[in-house]
Design a protein around this ligand. Structure first.
Ligand code: G4P
Length: 527
């Protein structure tokens, strides 16, 4: 095996997603504990709090008690190098999460066994399905009185439009939770309230053995036998290929806070999850084994120190080897760029790296060169595909409160929208700036950051708009005519594409019906 083949075989890059409060942070932390990347429970959360204390922007996060930032955590386990791309759970930052999902090879979805499938879970899974991302499901909080596990599986299949296949099965739940039976290993993992230790209490127990009756009690043993018979009857045998194609999600049960079921999840993840694979671009599919480096930026983060306006661009390496100090081709700007201090996120400390392999995420200091979706290559003109921009849900017009600071405001809103904090649409006449987001919170974030980082004060005028549709037509005259007709209902996105700003879904439908020569798109691809 060549060096690059070996390095690719070692890498697993994934995200943990969940509705807020299902246990994503707790699970992340437990996985890092197994990997030895952190020593004590609570480190991930306390790390978040430390960060908030050092930045004004993060102050908002602290006040609201939510996670704004998407970061990367790397650890080693069983000779694998595992990259977890953290995603903000808060709904208002969903776009951030969607974009992070374009940079991973698989996801672990955490479900609260009491609450089942929640709103945010459905939306996140829609994005995963768009890309056929392989999913492993972890049903958490089994120490709580939850729903019947069969009902939960049915709900998952129906609401997430996905087939599931349990690989472990719980014996009871809540106060009488005894543990899980591993259907492939044929082992019983006994539950103990255990917040820090990482060992499991395991026994190899065949289902038909009398030992099972002794260890879990006759009644529960019989129930387990019945359940397993039903599972084997209803669900197809687990097949890794159907998981890899994103069609079937294996399911594990556990309790993250008690470190229970986490090791089995991690072991299975190491065995079945995909390594970095070929990725589509606007020209061709790029194989990670290709000699020449390619990669794309999926996230841009404001500097933690607001006095310095440089930012951190998160680059996912897709093929070849990224090398420090080497010149690369920025395909959108058609320009050479080089990075003397790229860094990795190993063991939560930032370290300068000399090389990066497919699957790795590298932090690049950026002074405004990058937009989300930008591609770097060794010269080839290609652009990684599939970072769509979704229609925002809330739109407000940005009003400058200080005419002396209009340059700062202009620059600030441009940079903030490059980071993907919100989408900016320019409406004529008068270059009016309409900002679209998926949540109210971003407006506060933008207002706060414009003032503190760019010294520009603004206010917002709410608008009736609730949908943005990118419009195209095969006939350039028809689109010009439509744009002229719609006047101020047309905005231009940051790539100057025309967008119809509609008040309602009904209005979009009516316009679609009345204008058969115009195509209305609900998402755009960043070009
Ligand atoms: P999130 O990142 O998905 O938002 O969830 P997070 O891990 O922060 O967990 C949300 C709450 O659920 C936390 O409680 C956490 O301790 C609890 N939790 C996580 N896993 C389990 C589990 O297996 N069983 C039970 N019963 N609870 C669990 P909190 O009170 O909000 O915070 P904390 O003070 O406990 O940290």
């Amino acid at each position: 095996m060549s060096k690059i083949e070996q390095e690719i075989a070692k890498r697993r890059t994934f995200a943990i997603i969940s509705h807020p409060d299902a246990g994503k942070t707790t699970l992340t932390e437990k996985l890092l504990l197994f990997g030895g990347a952190i020593q004590t429970a609570g480190a991930v959360k306390s790390n978040k709090i430390k960060k908030t204390a050092t930045s004004d922007f993060m102050e908002i996060e602290k006040q609201r008690g939510i996670s704004v930032a998407t970061s990367v955590m790397t650890f080693e386990y069983n000779d694998l190098l595992i990259n977890i791309l953290d995603t903000p759970g808060h709904k208002d930052f969903a776009e951030d999460t969607y974009r992070t999902l374009t940079a991973v090879d698989s996801v672990i979805l955490v479900i609260d066994c009491v609450k089942g499938v929640e709103e945010q879970t459905e939306r996140l899974m829609e994005v995963c399905r768009m890309r056929d991302t392989p999913v492993i499901i972890f049903i958490n909080k089994m120490d709580r009185e939850g729903q019947n596990p069969f009902d939960l599986l049915d709900e998952l299949e129906q609401k997430l439009n996905l087939k599931v296949r349990p690989l472990t099965w719980p014996v009871n739940g809540g106060a009488t939770f005894k543990g899980v039976y591993h259907l492939l290993e044929k082992q019983m993992y006994f539950f103990k309230v255990n917040k820090t230790k990482v060992e499991d209490d395991v026994a190899l127990l065949e289902l038909d053995s009398s030992e099972l009756d002794q260890k879990v009690g006759e009644r529960d043993a019989n129930q387990l036998r019945e359940d397993v018979e039903l599972i084997e009857g209803v669900y197809d045998t687990f097949n890794r290929d159907t998981y890899l194609s994103g069609k079937v999600a294996p399911v594990f049960f556990g309790s993250a806070v008690n470190n229970f079921g986490v090791r089995e999840l991690l072991e299975a993840f190491c065995q079945i999850s995909p390594l970095p694979a070929a990725r589509p671009t606007n020209v061709r599919s790029v194989d990670p084994l290709e000699k020449k480096f390619t990669g794309f930026v999926f996230k841009i983060h404001a500097n933690i120190d607001p006095r310095h306006r440089d930012r951190i661009a998160f680059l996912r390496v897709c093929s070849g080897i990224f090398e420090r100090g080497k010149f690369y081709h920025h395909t959108r700007l058609d320009k050479s760029v080089r990075f003397s201090n790229p860094y990795s996120f190993m063991a939560s400390a930032k370290e300068v790296v000399d090389e990066g392999f497919p699957g790795d995420v590298i932090g690049l200091y950026d002074t405004g060169t990058f937009k989300i979706g930008d591609t770097l290559t060794e010269g080839e003109d290609l652009q990684y595909a599939g970072i769509p921009s979704f229609s925002p849900e809330i739109f407000k017009e940005l009003i400058n409160l200080d005419p002396m600071k209009s340059k700062q405001l202009e620059k600030g809103i441009q940079q903030l929208t490059d980071e993907g904090v919100a989408q900016l649409f320019t409406v004529q006449p008068g270059n009016r700036k309409v900002v679209g987001t998926v949540g109210e919170l971003q407006f506060e974030v933008i207002q706060y950051r414009l003032e503190h980082e760019y010294g520009a004060k603004c206010r917002w005028i709410p608008m009736n708009t609730s949908r943005a549709c990118w419009i195209t037509s095969e006939d350039p005259k028809k689109i010009q005519e439509y744009i002229r007709l719609k006047g101020t209902q047309i905005g231009y996105d940051k790539d100057d594409n025309p967008v119809f700003l509609a008040d309602s879904e009904w209005m979009v439908r009516m316009n679609r019906d009345n204008n058969p020569d115009i195509q209305f798109h609900t998402t755009s691809e960043f070009k």
